[in-house]
Design a protein around this ligand. Structure first.
Ligand code: SF4
Length: 319
């Protein structure tokens, strides 16, 4: 693997109810299989329940987002017990203490923790729209715009799940790079390792990131800030089957002249089978990794694309 990270060093924020803590309004939890059984083997959770943290009891009356005169507040359905400011203040406090996090998994639909599409009601109790953002999660995301964030429900989608985990590991790689003291050489090396990863998400971004690094007039700190901002935005774009197939073809082109003709044909067939939806991504990638062992290519071996996160997560088996 290009960038191994020990479980103790990879910290993920999580809504406490998702990892089994019975902190919901009705003293229940909302366990996420992926969080509890799979991801937990590789990361260390930092769990937060903002509603309990601001002093609400378990159990407690439900709260919701209510819009009045274009202002959204969080309170009981009858408008009493407004906790908007308390949730916002707690969100700011947590955001200020958690720059070491490499990702955050929020509980969907919660007026406190929801990342998007939270229901907003009128004071009379009518559901107006579903475009709210949790009062706590909004502060976390605003203070950490680069932080990979997802919701429990969306993580059931294999593509979204893979995308989130890949972003977490890329971001952690970047955090380690920054902590080690950034130099232009390190930045360029990092970029070269993510060539095929970026290509699989957004070819335009790969070109513009290369152009950014070629600028001689930009101070390193400014360049690094712009670079990671563009990179995380690019990695948020879905890597489709078509884009993966295109990336695989580029990788094949890189070392095809070193392959025997039967090996080339086998790889072409696997890439085509993947492009046509007949096999999952792991099939051509396994073949490429196998050929890399026989025909080592340092540049390819260092590509994050070939091993972006622990294989045990089996994220490339499902699409
Ligand atoms: S969604 Fe957030 S506020 Fe609600 S129980 Fe879970 S952690 Fe607590």
């Amino acid at each position: 693997m290009i960038h191994t990270v020990a479980k103790e060093d990879l910290h993920i924020g999580v809504s406490a109810c998702l990892i089994g803590e019975k902190v919901r309004f009705d003293a229940s939890n909302k366990p996420s299989n992926f969080c509890i059984k799979e991801f937990s083997q590789h990361v260390t959770y930092k769990a937060y329940c903002p509603e309990v943290a601001i002093g609400l009891p378990i159990p407690r009356p439900t709260i919701r987002q209510i819009k009045k005169d274009d202002v959204i507040s969080v309170s009981r359905p009858d408008g009493t017990g407004d906790v908007t400011e308390a949730l916002q203040a707690y969100g700011k406090k947590v955001a200020g203490m958690t720059s070491y996090l490499s990702g955050y998994i929020f509980c969907a639909k919660s007026p406190s923790c929801g990342m998007e599409r939270v229901k907003v009601y009128s004071p009379e109790g009518n559901a107006l729209v579903s475009d709210g953002v949790g009062a706590f999660s909004r502060e976390i995301m605003a203070a950490n715009p680069l932080l990979p964030c997802e919701e429990n429900g969306r993580l059931n989608d294999p593509l979204i799940r893979e995308n989130f985990v890949a972003r977490v590991y890329a971001y952690k790689h970047w955090q380690n790079l920054e902590a080690s003291g950034l130099t232009k050489h390190k930045l360029t090396t990092f970029h070269s390792q993510y060539k095929y990863t970026v290509m699989s998400h957004d070819l335009v971004a790969y070109k513009s990131l290369g152009q950014l690094l070629a600028r001689a007039d930009m101070p390193l700190e400014e360049m690094a800030k712009e670079y990671i901002s563009q990179l995380m935005a690019a990695l948020s774009i879905k890597a489709t089957r078509k884009k993966h197939a295109n990336t695989l073809a580029h990788i094949q082109g890189y070392f095809s002249k070193h392959l025997q003709s039967n090996e080339r044909q086998e790889l072409c067939a696997q890439i085509d089978a993947y492009r046509n939806g007949l096999v999952p991504l792991v099939a051509p990638l396994t073949l490429i990794n196998h050929y890399l062992l026989q025909h080592p290519k340092d540049y390819l071996a260092k590509q994050a694309y070939l091993s972006p996160y622990p294989d045990e997560l089996r994220l490339r088996y499902a699409y």
